[in-house]
Design a protein around this ligand. Sequence first.
Ligand SMILES: [Zn+2]
Ligand SMILES: [Zn+2]
Length: 112
Amino acid sequence: MRINDIRLSPHFRLMEFECRCCGAVKLLPDLIELLEAIRSGFGRPMVITSGYRCAGHNRAVRGSKRSLHLLGRAADVRADMEEQMEIESLAKNMGFSEIICGNKSHYIHLAL
Ligand SMILES: [Zn+2]
Ligand SMILES: [Zn+2]
């Protein structure tokens, strides 16, 4: 059995939030709760393209020094531009501190 293959909610597993370079992971439980609530409204799969990032990986992807990915408080979800608008409207008023559309980069960043 794979490490971090742990179900956190009906649609998310811990391994989906691992740092892409080293497999380390930190994750705020409230983030999963809100992502699951969005997933319910969205009604189709949501692929996490970036969850936790270690400092080295955050530098490699040119993340901000204060990126909430470093703290396990942020997730990027793959989404085309229409899906970004849909997810953004679902995420509004849920209490996220950051909702950032990547537009043509095809992701939306959600952080607590
Ligand atoms: Zn890493
Ligand atoms: Zn992000």
